[in-house]
Design a protein around this ligand. Sequence first.
Ligand code: SF4
Length: 457
Amino acid sequence: MSDTLFHKVWDAHAVRTLPSGQTQLFVGLHLVHEVTTPQAFDMMRQHGWRVACPERTFATIDHIVPTLSQRRPFLDVVAEEMSVALERNCRDAGIRLWTPDSDEQGIVHVIGPELGLTQPGMTIACGDSHTSTHGALGAIAFGIGTSQVRDVLTSQCLALDPLKVRRIDVNGRLNRGVYAKDVILTVIRRLGVQGGVGYAYEYGGATIDAMTIDERMTICNMSIEGGARVGYVNPDETTFAYVRGRRYAPSGDAFDRAVRWWKSMASDRDARYDDRVAFDASSVEPTVTWGINPGQSVAVSEPIDAEPEDEALAFMGFRPGARVRGTRIDVAFIGSCTNSRLSDLEAAAEVVRGHHVAPHVKALVVPGSRAVSRAAEARGLHEVFIDAGFEWRGAGCSMCLGMNPDKLEGRQVSASSSNRNFKGRQGSPTGRTLLMSPAMVAAAAIAGEVVDVREVL
Ligand code: SF4
């Protein structure tokens, strides 16, 4: 019977129906990091439980690592303690861990695909909301909380309610200066930040088909910001070409067998969906958030469309009907698991080349992984950024969240390629975040204010 990838993968991993009505779902890959694991391991220790499948569990240190200097011990005592705890827990359990001094360290959602750990047809769990990123390769990937991290460590299973599936078709050609980030911000703006609650989002259509895996990761990454628990793209030749040859990917005959299975897991042409929506890519413009959730966005050419009493306006310092364009920025941040891959840095460097960061702007480029950093340096991108006045940092989550020394101060305004603009997200309770594509961040850094990257290009 024809079905969606979501249901096929779900059924293939369902262990049983629990008395609660939930499904006990086997987790093929568990990615862990330093922030959501210490308590999980402590709880296990108290009960004398062991890690069920260390060979399916992989760890990195990303959230709390400083990006200016990653020498140990970290100056931040809490960060150092968290790192030491993860190192000890991984050593005791036999879990592979990439620390900041290893060549493969990076943001958990960057290194998973990079190393070939993320593969089509998998179930993946990680104690970070943006685990949906891995859906770009045709996996069903769940962000989970600390108690669920404990459950997966102990049993390699999760208790979950099934989801409905919404098909999101994007067709048409993206205009120059418009990127995957603009597409997903437009999707969230239209469907709402709660619009995806209870759903898995399946992205398809000619625009998505034409996207690289990096671009699909940007799209899937922000599914959670639209309320969806999961976001994915059906695996295709682009996916197989991306996975082939990566360290943990199958090779030789095993790869060919895997491709046959991956193809069989893709949604059937006549699969039925619980809902369908369509977007015209050619009408998407460079998009910028003006508010305090990722759905509060606007095309850079448009005025803000909000009720005068909306508290987000007051917090952000905008008047109803004002434009985000022209807003003076203090910080420009290119990074995070949404937009810190090589292609993101290339897009930003195209804007930056030959220009200089405005004198009042602090501008950071934080590659998503050591591998991205090496690849960018091999292409000379670091010199483009450094020559322009950007700081070229070590890999990590950095200013995506205020858990490391990279933080906004006071009421600073940040042009950011990350995924959340909640109050306080970037480390200052009163700091203001404007989400946009890396190219738009680069253009804002140069101009010192939000501009339309299409005019710069
Ligand atoms: S970059 Fe941000 S969203 Fe991504 S894993 Fe790190 S903290 Fe989470």
